[in-house]
Design a protein around this ligand. Structure first.
Ligand code: 2AM
Ligand code: CA
Length: 266
């Protein structure tokens, strides 16, 4: 698999940040027993990882813009390119010692995502994609699952928590979807959920109230693995609306219909 110079830069940045997160993840497990808990420590791990990625990316391409989950956006002098980065997606998992978190790095060119990397340092799974070049898990080419009906499908979702999202609306979506599918899963990292769809592990996935950095790399993985994504309005403004429904062409359509089924009147 030949990677472009740009994708190589992204991979190196993600691997380096992943190494730092791995080290800190080991520490988090020791801190679980302390009274103060690992919360502050995790915020530091997150910031450290973002700094590693930002330094690597801006060293390689000093004129590109940079949008990361932590801190202010850096407007580049190059109007066309922007990095979109989540240094630690799945923060709650990380905090609780659950090895299901990822570094997500995407490159946007003229408003379009052209390269994406999602790396889970706890499992050493590196997902990469370039527009038109396919999606890969380490060296293996990825293809979305081929199941055609929801009743055979395993579907991932995000679950809103305390102080976030619309719990009532989500429960209606969940009730509708769980009545139609073979299984539901919830990883707690949107970047990995999307990577799992690309890898054919999940047949589909939906979530709302996400940020651009949660999804940017993952959306390209799904697309390059032959999958489709839409937002809740049926368009493709996922990064702006923060909502996504994805899968292969059959599951994406069927899932969108079920997720958006109106709330039954009493
Ligand atoms: P995070 O781990 O970087 O916070 C979980 O359903 C997904 O939602 C994760 O990808 C998580 O990213 C994302 N998310 C976005 N905004 C969030 C928030 N305010 N609190 C928790 N998770 C959030
Ligand atoms: Ca995130």
């Amino acid at each position: 698999m030949a990677r472009s110079a740009l994708l190589n830069v992204m991979v190196q940045a993600a691997l380096k940040a992943g190494k730092s997160l791995s080290r800190d993840f080991g520490e988090v497990q020791n801190l679980q027993v302390s009274v103060k808990g690992p919360g502050d420590f995790v915020s530091q791990a997150d910031l450290k990882a973002q700094k590693i990625i930002r330094d690597e990316l801006l060293k390689a391409r000093p004129t590109y813009g940079f949008l990361g989950e932590e801190g202010e956006e850096i407007k580049g002098t190059d109007g066309a390119h922007r990095w979109i980065v989540d240094p630690l997606d799945g923060t709650t998992n990380f905090l609780h010692g659950i090895p299901m978190f990822a570094v997500s790095v995407a490159l946007e060119r003229n408003g379009e995502i052209v390269a994406g990397v999602v790396f889970n340092p706890a499992t050493d799974e590196l997902y990469t994609a370039e527009r038109g070049g396919g999606a890969f898990l380490n060296d293996r080419r990825l293809r979305v699952a081929s199941r055609r009906v929801l009743s055979d499908s395993v579907i991932g979702c995000g679950v809103p928590h305390l102080g976030r999202g619309n719990h009532g609306k989500f429960l209606v979506e969940l009730r509708h979807v769980m009545g139609e599918v073979a299984g539901m899963r919830r990883l707690g990292s949107a970047a990995l959920d999307l990577a799992y769809v690309a890898a054919g592990r999940f047949d589909g996935f939906w979530e709302t109230d996400l940020s651009a950095w949660d999804m940017a790399a993952g959306i390209l993985l799904v697309r390059e693995a032959g999958g489709f994504s839409s937002d809740f309005h049926g368009g493709t403004d996922m990064l702006v609306t923060g909502s996504i429904i994805c899968g292969n062409e059959h599951i994406q359509k069927a899932l969108a219909e079920v997720v958006k089924r109106p709330i039954p009147s009493k």
